[in-house]
Design a protein around this ligand. Structure first.
Ligand SMILES: Cn1cnc2c(O)nc(N)nc21
Length: 285
């Protein structure tokens, strides 16, 4: 039977790469509508991404881009819980919560989230126990350092080897805490304490992580490295580079792609799937 994730009752089949649409619930800096406006905007955006073909949504209330500042617990809850409640009600796709705080994990699953996306790979105090108790799939991502300073001077002797070792250890720790292996997803964490060269090596050698035996998530959407490679300084101009990177990630084994631009990525995967479906030439013919 083909692998799948049971996200709190909502099944996510992994017979082919699936698209995780990004929903950031950050203050709507344009309107003075405050929290309410950003919740409404986030819900509308999530519905739009599902309409474009997103197989699941990732809801985050705290930006973790390089140099970002932490968001207090109460603030994060005020942002993401209403959005998760409404999207879980108004769509049928699994909802992932992008958080590393155990309290947010618990509240999010209670509100209808069926997956946890933890950029700290359950290293925060209480996170392992929370994830084990909640019984939903968890994404374990590699990050070197912290978002505030991780891009200052990223250094590795062997980036693939070190990321592989980290993910191996986090999988072991998660299983020892009682999290079933069928609920574990790994992620090399593109851009989290990596130079563009490190990101390129990780993408080129992505198949190296398949021996861990669990689904892999890749997220390169609109990231700085894509901008550097294409000379696109504005994130909004990084669509083609992002689609190319995610197609490569899918071809090299990623089963979950975390993207902003769902429709474009859906189209790229459709073209690849069609070509992939053409029978190979019989070499012994
Ligand atoms: C929240 N977030 C931003 N980038 C990400 C990535 O590449 N992977 C995961 N799992 N989460 C991410």
């Amino acid at each position: 039977l083909s692998p799948q994730l049971d996200c709190g009752g909502r099944k996510l089949r992994l017979d082919r790469p699936r698209i995780m649409g990004i929903v950031n619930v950050t203050p709507d800096s344009f309107s003075d509508g405050g929290e309410h406006a950003s919740v409404d905007a986030a819900v509308a955006h999530g519905l739009q991404l599902v309409a474009e073909g997103a197989d699941l949504l990732d809801i985050g209330g705290e930006s973790t881009r390089p140099g970002s500042t932490p968001v207090p617990l109460e603030e994060e809850l005020r942002r993401v819980i209403p959005v998760i409640e409404r999207l879980a009600r108004e769509t049928g796709v699994p909802i992932s919560v992008d958080t590393f705080k155990p309290e947010v994990m618990r509240a999010a699953v209670a509100a209808g989230a069926g997956m946890i996306n933890d950029i700290h790979a359950l290293r925060q105090p209480g996170a392992l126990d929370a994830a084990a108790a909640l019984g939903v799939p968890v994404v374990l991502m590699h990050m070197q350092g912290e978002p505030g300073s991780m891009q200052d001077t990223p250094h590795y002797d062997d980036v693939v080897g070190q990321v592989h070792r980290f993910l191996t250890e986090r999988l072991l720790v998660a299983e020892m805490a009682g999290i079933a292996r069928r609920n574990l997803v790994i992620d090399p964490g593109f851009g989290f304490g990596k130079t563009t060269e490190h990101n390129l090596i990780l993408l080129a050698r992505l198949e190296r992580f398949l021996d861990l035996g669990v689904p892999m998530l890749a997220g390169l959407s609109r990231k700085r490295s894509i901008g550097e490679l294409t000379g696109r300084d504005r994130p909004g101009d990084r669509l083609a580079g992002s689609v190319a990177a995610h197609l490569i990630a899918a071809q090299r084994g990623a089963k979950l792609l975390r993207v902003h631009d769902v429709a474009a990525t859906v189209d790229a995967l459709k073209v690849w799937a069609a070509v992939d479906a053409v029978p190979a030439l019989r070499v012994d013919a």
